[in-house]
Design a protein around this ligand. Structure first.
Ligand code: AMP
Length: 172
């Protein structure tokens, strides 16, 4: 059974909900690089600065952090990664060798609607659109890469949580 899994999807696609459900089912952890960096931030000023500016951590440091995390015991039987890789250079530096890549897709219009509803302070239409532009720019190359490897599965993120989860589990 596939156990090294990557989740890709825009904010608002339900990606983290689906990743958590699948992780529970497979009894493997979800590793989120965003969470890792947020946890590291209080102890590391350089990370704190990057996060507060909304910039990306450099590829070298990121790949090292992920490689180290995936060597820990709880990842022995597999893992679900959320947030890494963000680009092809990161794959070159450290390749987690996924068995399966789940691309949870939602049309941009629906993503914007969902995020506007959420009503978080940084969720003005303008900032949502800016984040989404960056997201689609970053992920296009990754999607091509994994599509070429034949391990990418695109799943429609519109619909009920349970139905989507069932569909994801079909690909294991
Ligand atoms: P996220 O929760 O995925 O939006 O990540 C929050 C922040 O963590 C990002 O804005 C980046 O600063 C950093 N980060 C997370 N994953 C990566 C990555 N693969 N490469 C570089 N920076 C990352």
């Amino acid at each position: 059974m596939s156990k090294r899994i990557l989740f890709i999807g825009p904010q608002g696609s339900g990606k983290s909900t689906q990743a958590k459900l699948l992780a529970k089912y497979l009894k493997i952890p979800v590793i989120s690089t965003g969470d890792i960096f947020r946890e590291m931030a209080p102890l590391h000023e350089w990370i704190r600065k990057i996060l507060s500016k909304g910039k990306l951590v450099d590829d070298q440091s990121t790949s090292k952090v992920v490689e180290k995390r995936l060597r820990e015991k709880d990842c022995r039987d597999g893992f679900i990664l959320d947030g890494y890789p963000r680009n092809l250079e990161q794959i070159r530096l450290f390749d987690p060798k996924f068995d399966l890549v789940v691309y949870l897709n939602l049309p941009e219009k629906q993503v914007i609607q969902r995020l506007m509803k959420r009503g978080r302070e940084d969720d003005s239409r303008e900032s949502i659109e800016r984040r989404l532009d960056r997201y689609f720019q970053q992920t296009a190359a990754l999607l091509d890469y994994y599509r070429n490897l034949g391990i990418l599965h695109e799943i429609d993120g519109a619909g009920e949580i349970e139905k989507i989860q069932n569909e994801i589990q079909k690909y294991l």
